[in-house]
Design a protein around this ligand. Sequence first.
Ligand code: URA
Length: 255
Amino acid sequence: MPQMRLDKFLASAGEKTRSTVKQILKKGCVTVNGTVVKKPETKVDPDLDCVKLYGETVHFQEYFYYMLNKPAGCVSATEDNLHPVVLDYIKEPHKMELFPVGRLDIDTVGLLLLTNDGALAHDLLSPKKHVDKTYYARVEGDVTAGDCELFQAGLDIGEKNRTLPAQLNILRTTSAIEASAGNAAAAQPKSPLTEIEVTIREGKFHQIKRMFEAVGKRVIYLKRLSMGGLTLDSALAEGEYRSLTPAEIEKLKNR
Ligand code: URA
């Protein structure tokens, strides 16, 4: 790994912003190979130099990986003039280095990977790599076994090529979901709703919604459950995030 500034090294190590790091350095709380160093611009080699903060060795982390349970109403971008962005939910001091791996629509919720690892992001997003992405959706209309066959065969969604085979599973069809609430209003006939899970291997713009439109149906709720072997942690409420475990990072990298 190339040499880097001491303040960047310490900030990347996790808990501090670069300005806090500067104050800590000034106070003489940092040693490099046993010598107190106060200059933030001092160059260190993360592989060779032993940096200690308050006497504790600082382990350098170059890349960060988080899963966010994206809520509705924010855009999958690092900044936006109109809407909140997914980075607004991240509290880490190094959050400005992060970017979302791919996009979910503003109204789509669920798994979004955030990282500063450009190579992994590129690999996961490459159209040639066909990374599986699984979604749960509620769809207006009666999704049928025939639709599952059409999804499997590939659909014309107005692009040059038809979509790649997608695995569509019907979970539950209810003609009046509210009927289960048992009130008088619920007794009114409602249009059918179907709960489904679908796995696609591409990431075309609005792909799931457009695939359902192609079979005459409308997605009214969409949640991403998994991507490239990484599954959304069910303990995360919408808007919450956590670091990936080493095993999860390994799995993403060695798909
Ligand atoms: N397909 C969609 O239509 N929207 C998303 O956000 C993701 C996949």
